[in-house]
Design a protein around this ligand. Structure first.
Ligand code: NI
Length: 170
């Protein structure tokens, strides 16, 4: 197991579209395992391969990242095939440090993909899980949660990041 480095905004890799996994080779289970460990260490409830600089369509997530209740899931080539309702939840992202904002998304989604063994699976998510699935799948398309907030709020966040990048000692 290894911890992977998480790419942070404004790293351009975060805006790239990831490619579907064509075949599940020997390197994939290792990457998935490392992504799960990295997610727990961060800690976070979801991580997309894009965030560790790998442009392939793989996400991991776990709503209960605390040690006693861990139950990690992985989806390869996830696709939202159905969505309904609306909900607004506060989101953060390991690639967008120190920032949280409410984002409006579907309240319930059905996602189709492959599990770590390459078997087709369908996951139905409501509430927090619905938001996590949409947030992580967005990453695979180069979309961050700050792309869903108002232009004004986004501009303020970008300004803050620029300021920080100019003064790395702070
Ligand atoms: Ni994220």
């Amino acid at each position: 197991m290894a911890f992977l480095e998480i790419c942070k905004y404004p790293d351009p890799v975060l805006q790239k579209k990831a490619k579907p996994v064509q075949d599940i080779d020997a390197s994939l289970p290792k990457l998935i395992e490392d992504m799960i460990e990295t997610m727990y260490q961060a800690p976070g409830i979801g991580l997309a391969a894009t965030q560790v600089g790998k442009l392939i369509r793989v996400i991991v997530f776990d709503q209960n990242p605390r040690e006693e209740g861990r139950n990690p899931s992985c989806l390869i080539n996830p696709e939202i095939i159905e969505g309904e309702g609306e909900q607004t939840l506060e989101e953060g992202c390991l690639s967008v440090p120190e920032y949280f904002s409410e984002v409006k998304r579907k309240a319930k989604v059905t996602v189709r993909g492959l599990n770590a063994k390459g078997k087709p699976v369908e996951i139905c998510g409501e509430g927090v899980l619905a938001t996590v699935l949409q947030h992580e799948i967005d990453h695979l398309d180069g979309i961050l949660f700050i792309d869903h907030i108002s232009a004004l709020k986004r501009a303020l966040y970008k300004k803050r990041v620029q300021k920080k990048l100019k003064k790395p000692e702070e």
